[in-house]
Design a binder for this molecule. Structure first.
Ligand SMILES: NC(=O)c1ccc[n+]([C@@H]2O[C@H](COP(=O)([O-])OP(=O)(O)OC[C@H]3O[C@@H](n4cnc5c(N)ncnc54)[C@H](OP(=O)(O)O)[C@@H]3O)[C@@H](O)[C@H]2O)c1
Length: 424
């Protein structure tokens, strides 16, 4: 960070628990703290620690000096997110008190009290209140929107090929810089206060998203519209930006874009190495096995029947396949993906000829495409994936309810594999 980053460092070797340690920010914080030589527990439901139910909390926190909370609600819906942050907070502080935790560090959002028309922000404010009343020494870091969230902002404002956004002041930040600020704060004395972090550039929301779309070769056009809203909320030049004492992070949007694009290319090369090209037999199987991590791992069954994935909590069925007579060389394939509660698929990449349109039929699906934010889509909601996109997260957002989605592929007829799993 450029300013005010010299918190007095405390302690030597510490045990630090990162709640939400598998998330976008959590993973980066875990790496930073390990590089500093601390014992770090990356805690989340996928590693058996659930703040909502309390499962695994006492064990994870035993002997910890610092707890990070960078978990996020699986949904932005008002009541569900309030329930998530309040219940999780209570469970967490009860466990922290027993473990004798000396510093609780949390991530919140700049402008929370100015965005209360969006229910999620009320939930974040409730989380902040719980922290302040917990009796545990704390530091709250409020960040502006992550660059990684710009795709979701564009999506929410899209009508056809146009993206309507106001020119309200906006100052987003790279997730990596947020993680650096959090690491710095966690290794210092508790602030018992709230600080703000933001990116280096303040400009219009419309302009930033325009540059993001240009930088990601997205053909959509941004239309400046003073009446357009930010996720349904009217915003002005004060709403989304921090106060004068904010810490300013070093990464500019264009630098982040070049790094992200380079990383994407590396990932694509790594996920489809020539040496792991499938054998002819696997190619035949691959015609039937596609979305979400089932390629090559499952027994061959005829088109239209079900395939169990390797985690036994998801099932994928090719429900139709037709050559498109007026689009030479292209076919349409409908794929039904069914998740049991808690089911998920391995990270994977789709072929360079595939356009994919997915609609959630039942429950809620957690999804992350490329380096975008992790989104939750509910029944009736759709999302799309472009040729060659990397699908990092594809999972049932619920631990208790099943979920189903229908993915429609428009793809080269002779495309052999609809999915290539990440190489580990
Ligand atoms: N998006 C933005 O622009 C922005 C800006 C400022 C601040 N923030 C804040 O940043 C924080 C982190 O966001 P993110 O994007 O890094 O989140 P994320 O990538 O969606 O990750 C969410 C994390 O929460 C964990 N989690 C979910 N349910 C849990 C539970 N019951 N118990 C424990 N952990 C649970 C997940 O674990 P599993 O992987 O195991 O499910 C995952 O590790 C959020 O609080 C958000 O409000 C976001």
């Amino acid at each position: 960070m450029k300013t005010n980053s010299s918190n007095k460092r405390v302690g030597n070797h510490m045990k630090i628990v990162v709640i939400g340690g598998s998330g976008l920010i959590g993973k980066k914080v875990v790496n930073n703290l390990r590089e500093e030589g601390h014992e770090v527990v990356a805690a989340s439901p996928s590693s058996g620690v659930n703040t909502l139910t309390g499962e695994g909390l006492a064990e994870a926190l035993a002997g910890a000096q610092v707890v990070f909370d960078v978990a996020n609600s699986p949904t932005f819906e008002e009541n569900a997110s309030l329930e998530f942050f309040e219940r999780s907070g209570r469970n967490l502080f009860a466990a922290e008190a027993v473990a004798g935790v000396r510093h609780h560090v949390a991530l919140s959002l700049v402008g929370t009290e100015r965005l209360l028309a969006m229910g999620y922000f009320g939930a974040k404010l409730a989380e902040e209140k719980l922290i302040k009343g917990s009796g545990i020494p704390y530091s709250i870091v409020r960040a502006t929107q992550f660059f990684e969230f710009l795709g979701a902002i564009a999506q929410s404002a899209t009508e056809g090929q146009m993206v309507r956004l106001p020119s309200a002041a906006f100052q987003p930040i790279a997730a990596e810089d947020v993680a650096a600020a959090l690491t710095d704060v966690a290794l210092g004395e508790p602030l018992n206060d709230t600080i703000e972090v933001a990116g280096p550039e303040r400009t219009g929301l419309d302009e930033l998203v325009r540059r993001f779309l240009r930088g990601t070769k997205d053909p959509r056009e941004v239309i400046t519209d003073a009446k357009a809203r930010y996720f349904g909320v009217a915003v002005n030049d004060q709403t989304l930006v921090p106060g004068v004492n904010a810490r300013i992070a070093p990464t500019w949007l264009e630098d982040w874009l070049s790094r992200s694009n380079a990383q994407k290319q590396t990932n694509e090369t790594a996920s489809a190495p020539k040496s792991s090209r499938p054998s002819p037999r696997k190619i035949a199987l691959g015609l039937l096995l596609f979305l979400c991590g089932i390629a090559f791992a499952t027994p061959c069954v005829s088109a239209g029947s079900a395939h169990d994935t390797s985690n036994e909590k998801s099932k994928v069925t090719l429900v139709y396949e037709h050559v498109l007579p007026n689009v030479p060389g292209k076919s349409i394939k409908g794929v039904l993906v069914e998740y049991q509660p808690g089911g998920s698929s391995p990270a994977h990449t789709h072929p360079h000829s595939a356009f994919i349109y997915a609609t959630v039929l039942e429950g809620a699906i957690r999804s992350q495409v490329n380096n975008g934010p992790v989104m939750v889509y509910r029944a009736g909601e759709s999302f799309s994936e472009m040729p060659g996109d990397h699908h990092g997260v594809s999972a049932n957002a619920s631990e208790t309810e099943p979920a189903r989605l229908l993915a429609v592929f428009v793809v080269d007829t002779d495309e052999k594999n609809l999915t290539t799993n990440d190489t580990k």
